[in-house]
Design a protein around this ligand. Structure first.
Ligand SMILES: Nc1ncnc2c1ncn2[C@@H]1O[C@H](COP(=O)(O)OP(=O)(O)OP(=O)(O)O)[C@@H](O)[C@H]1O
Ligand SMILES: [Mg+2]
Length: 373
């Protein structure tokens, strides 16, 4: 994953987090209102109720916490909330607020009804967090002037505002902060059908001619993530441009994405080499992380943080107390059949559900569970 030219780490095409190109183009593709926001039905319905109620009461909306993995639409929703409330939007982020004073400066300049978006809110400093508790609850902060015994607290009234916090790590938020949000929306990965809608909308905005089968082809490789879907769509557009294709069909889309080594289930080169090593060199495991990493020529950390989360989520790789194992669905994906002896040696719990239904909810084998719904 390291660029041989300059040793720089290059983000994989299927990375969840935004790369510089994403940041440059995403603003243009963001839906501007709730109706254009695809999927997330539950969150959308609940949020629209919260907003409608606050409009009826003529008050600023309750504070909203949005949590979920990168690229699923937290920033987009924050902007939509401000737009739907017809309110100005102020944007800052946890890492930018290292002192209580940083937060005081933002809060004291808010206008009536303004929406304050704090991205990566779990990364705010402790003193700032404590100031935020009071601001959220009582619309008031105490500004501390001076130091030591002579320090005095000057109370400052704030106009009513709506805080929208976003976090990829809801578990890291302290309870008192979480409790002060009137509404928490947890964003889920998107279905392929929903991603097709995201892609249709983006293709229209990008003035691309793409047929339905091609949308399905790209959506299937997008790992349930709109950001990845839009990124793959841009790569397909590049491919079509270079190959002189005016309109894009499924064959063009798959040829383009095959060239970028993103396969039919959204696995990239590293993901596949992890599975291939696990199966061909270790007969499906269990094998320790560091041994597996050496076998694919990567750092253990890269295997663990870059490749494994999606493989676990897709039920292709299991993390057991004895090491990593490839599930039947991994064998199948590589066009292989799991030998009966290997199947028999698999941990029992792993097969208490059909292998294809396995979803890794966390890093530990013990916490594997059936997908909801
Ligand atoms: N529901 C959706 N409908 C249409 N497009 C979406 C949707 N959700 C996200 N997108 C697209 O995906 C891109 C990434 O979304 P966004 O920036 O809101 O993600 P995020 O959750 O804030 O990610 P991060 O955690 O990295 O900040 C946006 O440019 C937007 O165009
Ligand atoms: Mg964001």
């Amino acid at each position: 994953m390291t660029d041989p030219q300059d040793g720089r780490q290059e983000a994989p095409l299927v990375a969840q987090a935004a790369d510089p190109e994403d940041r440059a183009v995403e603003a243009a593709l963001r839906p501007k209102n709730l109706d254009d926001f695809v999927g997330q039905k539950r969150v959308r319905r609940q949020l629209s109720l919260v907003l409608e109620a606050s409009r009826l009461r003529g008050r600023s909306a309750d504070h909203v916490l949005l949590s979920g993995p990168p690229g699923l639409g937290k920033t987009t929703l924050a902007m939509i909330i401000a737009a739907e409330m017809n309110a100005p939007l102020r944007i800052s982020s946890g890492p930018a607020i290292q002192h209580a004073g940083d937060l005081a400066a933002i809060l004291s300049s808010l206008t009536d009804g303004e929406v304050l978006f704090l991205d990566e809110i779990h990364r705010m400093s402790r003193p700032a967090e404590e100031m935020l508790y009071m601001a959220m609850e009582d619309f008031r902060v105490d500004i501390i002037v001076g130091k030591g015994p002579g320090a005095t607290a000057i109370p400052l009234e704030l106009p009513p505002f709506t805080l929208v916090g976003a976090t990829t790590r809801a578990g890291l938020l302290p309870g008192p902060l979480r409790d002060r949000f009137g509404f928490t929306g947890h964003l889920e990965f998107y279905s392929t059908d929903e991603l097709e809608l995201v892609l249709r909308r983006s293709a229209m905005l990008m003035d691309m001619a793409v047929n339905s089968a091609a949308f399905a082809e790209i959506a299937g490789r997008s790992r349930g993530t709109p950001r990845i879907a839009n990124r793959l769509l841009r790569r397909v557009r590049d491919w079509a441009l270079v190959h002189g294709s005016v309109s894009i069909d499924a064959r063009a889309a798959s040829a383009a994405l095959d060239m970028y080594e993103v396969d039919a289930r959204g696995l990239d080169r590293l993901d596949r080499s992890v599975l291939t090593a696990l199966i061909t060199k270790f007969n499906g495991g269990p094998v320790g992380l560091s041994t597996l990493a050496i076998a694919v020529g990567e750092e253990p950390e890269t295997v663990e943080t870059v490749a494994e989360p999606y493989l676990v989520r897709e039920g292709m790789l299991g993390r057991t107390p004895r090491g990593r194992i490839a599930t039947a669905s991994a064998w199948k994906h590589l066009g292989l059949v799991m030998p009966p002896t290997v199947a028999a040696a698999m941990p029992e719990d792993l097969f208490s559900v059909a292998p294809d239904d396995l979803v890794g909810t966390d890093t530990t084998f013990e916490r594997w569970s059936r997908p909801e719904g």
